[in-house]
Design a protein around this ligand. Structure first.
Ligand SMILES: NC(=O)c1ccc[n+]([C@@H]2O[C@H](COP(=O)([O-])OP(=O)(O)OC[C@H]3O[C@@H](n4cnc5c(N)ncnc54)[C@H](OP(=O)(O)O)[C@@H]3O)[C@@H](O)[C@H]2O)c1
Length: 235
């Protein structure tokens, strides 16, 4: 049985792949530019990781990917993790940037779920969509299109949970700010004091909950779980 992970060679994506492999699951890892990271994961887990290179914003490459996964009968889980986060202030607003947000963050997950629904259904499988807790509770200026695209993914999660029940569970996880350990000194460091747990998230915080939703949360669908150290609770 195989789990599809999009953006599986990125910061959070590679932690999801590592956690799945550590638990013995096979992974179909989609990547775009992170060639070295993707190949390293395959070298580390030669019997568990298979790779598929693809620009999900390119309609032809995307179709090749969805056709390939739709022909597989062993897909038991999907993690829609690939995402785009580009600053797009209203005074210089670019339709093209927000079109890319909408395509990658919202429509691509829909296409992927549609492509693998029969395999997921036959295995009583699960989908986990990676959304963004910050954009829901603490809207950021200059990122309205990104926030809307992730809010769309939340709506998609809830709607498909109803549509695909009882055979496929569809949930979402909403990270707060998640950084790789070497990235601590950033322009957002002043925000850390607002987080009750007083630290950034690390990719493994997210990965653990993705695996929980995929394989353990058997009576849970249509939910969005914040993984933000309590940030969304702070005044
Ligand atoms: N990090 C955070 O603080 C945070 C907070 C809230 C939500 N999130 C969400 O968490 C997810 C992972 O984020 P991350 O922090 O791990 O970011 P990241 O390291 O930049 O990963 C983003 C992933 O998306 C993939 N991707 C981007 N454009 C693509 C395209 N055109 N075609 C195919 N794949 C594409 C990238 O693949 P390649 O690297 O192979 O190009 C990359 O693996 C995203 O959905 C993001 O919105 C992150």
């Amino acid at each position: 049985m195989t789990v599809v992970v999009t953006g599986g060679a990125g910061r959070i994506g590679s932690a999801i792949v590592q956690t799945l492999c550590q638990q013995g699951h096979k992974v179909l890892l989609q990547y775009h530019t992170s060639v070295h990271q993707a190949e390293s994961l395959q070298v580390q887990w030669p019997h568990l990781v298979s790779l598929f290179a693809c620009d999900l914003l390119d309609s032809i490459q995307r179709q090749e990917f969805t056709q390939m996964i739709s022909g597989r009968a062993d897909i038991v889980g999907v993690v829609n993790n690939a995402g785009l986060f580009v600053r797009n202030p209203l005074d210089t607003w670019s339709h093209e940037i927000d079109q890319r947000h909408w395509t990658l963050n919202t429509m691509v997950p829909m296409e992927i779920i549609s492509a693998v629904q029969f395999s997921l259904r036959s295995h009583e499988g699960a989908v986990v969509n990676v959304v963004d807790n910050v954009s829901h509770h603490t809207p950021w200026p200059n990122h309205a299109g990104y926030a809307a695209s992730k809010a769309g993914l939340v709506a998609l999660t809830r709607s498909l949970a109803v549509e695909l029940a009882p055979h496929i569970r569809v949930n979402a996880i909403g990270p707060g700010i998640v950084l790789a350990p070497e990235e601590d000194d950033t322009s957002v460091s002043h925000l850390r004091s607002k987080i009750p747990m007083k630290r950034w998230g690390i990719p493994e915080d997210v990965a653990d909950m993705v695996v929980f939703f995929l394989f353990s949360a058997k009576y849970c669908t249509g939910q969005v779980l914040a993984i933000d150290g309590g940030w969304s609770l702070s005044p």
